[in-house]
Design a protein around this ligand. Structure first.
Ligand code: ADP
Ligand code: ASP
Ligand code: MG
Length: 405
């Protein structure tokens, strides 16, 4: 008998029929003699609708109240799934994040899992019940509801699997596993059998939102092996595991894209200590998420920074920077470009193969796609490009690295 954590995402519980499908899958597991703790997301689209409602009421809703609101999505789906299980004769009980002992730290709408007191979940399991836990939520030290960031049910599932010492953790979704690129973008993408935590993290944080990046970080830290697979069929999925030596043989594991980005370039900054700190402190004070940063100095003793941010934060960033730049120097100027995208290639094989950047840029050049900014890390190369070139760029690079099915 195995203890299994299964996470069902929003698309897997998006309708009454899908909820009944999930109930039947859980029943089948239980009948095989396994014990199931299922972590459930809100029905697809519900979290977005709740956010939309909040934005209609207030342009700057209280983050505490947003958490109270957003957490209701998962409460609906756990109750409905538990009822569906009762209908087919399964003894099941639902738990909110608080009831499941999920304790959080950090800020509202971006809580982190601090610890999990799994006693109550385990007591229910001991009594033979299926436990249906609300993903995406926990409570902080003050007893306030925290949500765990978009896609945060993945984190709930992995943290609960760790806390209860589950034999297996499955992330069930609407695709058969992790693909070499989002199959909606590159139809020739292939399912990956095994991927390392680091590769999965880099793909997730550069736009492959099949997993929440922070959940992968947690899994790596606590060595939680998990499988991403479909809730709609029985095909085997993708195992996310510690890196093995054999993994380096593959140069590029996958390609990710991110839409709706903006670039800000600041020129004419004096090349003296403290200038960059002023610029980036202003951005962080305005809670702008800066991703790529490319900087250099000119012969005239000036510095320039180019950075990417989500397009939705462009005005916020501009308003935060303008007064700081005028205070620094009359020559400091801000240029921007909206409607850009980011394209990344990821693979641990990059550590031992050279010429990967050249191969990527060559393929894009041949396709007439212009490259904006470039940044690299040990296992990732990211470029910016016009958003309209993004999908074609992903397809071209996917083919160039021999990833097409
Ligand atoms: P869930 O509701 O189950 O959490 P998500 O929508 O968060 O599901 O994630 C599944 C989706 O992620 C897929 O439908 C797919 O379009 C998208 N996706 C993006 N990149 C990838 C990738 N590399 N492999 C598989 N799916 C991907
Ligand atoms: N319902 C939340 C969201 O849409 C959490 C999740 O689905 O994982 O982001
Ligand atoms: Mg998700």
């Amino acid at each position: 008998m195995s203890l299994i954590v299964q996470k069902y995402g929003g698309s897997s519980v998006g309708s009454v029929e899908r909820i009944q499908n999930v109930a039947n899958r859980i029943k089948a597991k239980q009948e095989q003699g396994d014990q199931v703790v299922a972590v459930i997301s809100a029905m697809g689209g519900v979290t977005d609708s709740l956010l939309d409602l909040a934005n209609q009421i207030s342009s700057q809703p209280s983050q505490r109240e947003l958490d109270v609101l957003l957490a209701t999505g998962e409460q609906q789906s756990i109750a409905l799934l538990t009822m569906a299980l009762h209908e087919i004769g399964i003894d099941a009980v639902s738990c909110t994040g608080r009831q499941a002992g999920v304790l959080t730290t950090g800020t509202h709408t971006a809580g982190k899992v601090h610890s999990i007191n799994a006693e109550s979940v385990l007591n229910n399991v001991k009594q033979g019940k299926v436990v249906i836990v609300a993903g995406f939520q926990g409570i902080n030290e003050q007893g306030d509801i925290h949500t765990l960031g978009r896609g945060g049910s993945d984190l709930s599932a992995i943290a609960i699997a760790h806390a209860i010492g589950a034999d297996k953790c499955e992330i069930l979704t609407d695709v058969d596993g992790v693909y070499t690129c989002d199959p909606r973008v590159v139809p020739k993408a292939q399912k990956i059998q095994e991927i390392s935590y680091d590769e999965m993290f880099e793909m997730a944080s550069s736009g492959s939102k099949v997993m929440q990046a922070r959940s992968v970080e947690f899994a790596k830290k606590h060595n939680v092996v998990f499988e991403v697979r479909s809730s709609l069929n029985q095909n085997s999925g993708t195992l996310v595991i510690e890196e093995t030596p054999a993994m380096e043989a593959v140069v590029i594991r996958g390609v990710s894209i991110e839409r709706a980005q903006a670039r800000i370039t600041i020129t004419g900054l004096p090349d003296v200590p403290g200038t960059s700190a002023k610029v980036f402190t202003a951005l962080s004070g305005a809670e702008v998420n800066v991703d790529m940063i490319v900087s250099n100095n000119t012969h005239e003793g000036l510095t320039r920074h180019s950075l990417t941010i989500p397009q939705s934060q462009y005005l916020q960033a501009k308003q935060a920077l303008e007064p700081v730049l005028s205070a620094i120097s009359d020559e400091a100027q801000l240029e921007s470009e909206q409607g850009i995208g980011k394209l990344s290639v990821v693979g641990v094989g990059m550590k031992s193969h050279h010429g990967v950047a050249a191969q990527m840029f060559e393929a894009l050049g041949q396709a007439g796609i212009n490259i904006g900014m470039i940044s690299t890390s040990e296992i990732k190369i990211t470029i910016t490009l016009a958003e309209e070139d993004l999908e074609r760029g992903a397809q071209v690079v996917h083919t160039a690295f021999g990833l097409d099915a």
